[in-house]
Structures are given as C-alpha cells and as structure tokens.
Design a protein around this ligand. Sequence first.
Ligand SMILES: N[C@@H](CCC(=O)N[C@@H](CS)C(=O)NCC(=O)O)C(=O)O
Length: 215
Amino acid sequence: MKLVLHNYWRSSASYRVRIALHAKKVPFTYVPVNILKGEQFTEEHKAKSPSTYVPALEVDGKMLFESTAIIEFLEEAFPEIPLYPKELLERARVRGIIQMINSGIQPLHNLNVLARLSSDDAAKKEWSLHFMAKGLGAVERALEAAEREGQKGKFALGDTFSAVDAFIVPQLYGANRFSLDLSPFPLVARAGKAALETEAVQAALPENQVDAVKQ
Ligand SMILES: N[C@@H](CCC(=O)N[C@@H](CS)C(=O)NCC(=O)O)C(=O)O
C-alpha cells in the first residue's frame, strides 16, 4: 500500500496522523502543504481534500480526509500495532475523548476561525485559551473517570499508547503556543509528557518535519 500524507508541520490535525503512522511503523511519503501561504486553497489540493483542510492521506491514489477517519483507517489496515483497545467500552471511551479534542477544542482555534473572529492577536489568544481550558478540563475529567475504573498508567489510558495520546500531544502543542497554564490538567499534562518520550512522537514532532521553519 502506497501512502502519501499531505500535511503541514505545525498543523495539529496533521501531527495526529503523523504520530499514528509512526506509532504503527507504517512508511509514508510526506508532502508539505503550506497553509500559511494559502496552498490549501489550490484546485489541486481541493481535489484531494474537499474541506481544503490538512491532513489528507492518499492511499494508492485514492484520497482520505479527516484525521479521525484516517487514523481509524490506519487502525483497520495495519492492526499489528493497535491504537484502540479491543474491549468495546474502552474503545468507545477512546473515540469519545478524541471527539472532545477533534470537535470540542481544535475547530475553535483553527486558523480560518481565528481569522474570521478578529485581526487582533490578543483577542484571538483570549478566545483560544478559553476554549482550550474548557475542553482540556473535560478531557481531564474523562481521564479521572478512566483512572477510577482502573485505566491507570503512564499514558492517557494506562500503560499502552493509544489514539488518545496521538490527539493529546498535538493539542498540548497548540496550548503551549498560547502559553496555557496546564496545572489544572495534571493527568493530561502527564500523559502528554510521557508520550513525548516515545519514538513515534519524536519522529512526528513539528520541528522534525522537512517543512519546519525555525521560530
Ligand atoms: N477535523 C479536521 C481538522 C483539520 C484542520 O482543522 N486542519 C487545519 C490545520 S490543523 C487546516 O487545514 N487549516 C487551514 C485553514 O484554516 O484554512 C481533521 O481532524 O482533519
């Protein structure tokens, strides 16, 4: 299977998919799309990603979009190193926490949403911090509930790296860019720290990508 990832080094949704690919040890070709320069709006990219967003994954010439769908595809296509638990309730919990981030936090501080909100950086920051703190509070409570039910360990849901970790790390990367205080979210912060030590996350780090620009 030939995989080509169309993505951007600093995009958190792209970062999720890179983590999943590296965690599963699946080789892929990296194609940068510079969303700050508007490359997502070219006809060529729109044909790959109907929403214009990154990431989009090309699989033997066919396009997949939306990071959650891409990661579930990878889970089904490459089950040898799983990112989702087998047990049904635990699996649903993974999906639920992922959605807290995917639909409850990230869309609210996406590039085009912030551009529409204001041209004032301070206003954008205040807005983003509000929704990040609210959303990460919910994730923290979900991890607390999982711990009470025995899913305790170094990663978000125990000692096995899961898709939840692949979503937490990029969300914390975004939070750090806005200097969010993580002290109200100790379980989330601990999981993010443990995940950063894995080879998969190191390989997927924004600054380690070919299109990364030194800040
Ligand atoms: N729910 C989508 C979100 C994708 C998304 O928001 N991508 C951002 C970068 S993280 C993007 O392409 N932004 C470009 C823009 O806002 O024009 C996914 O998970 O794939």
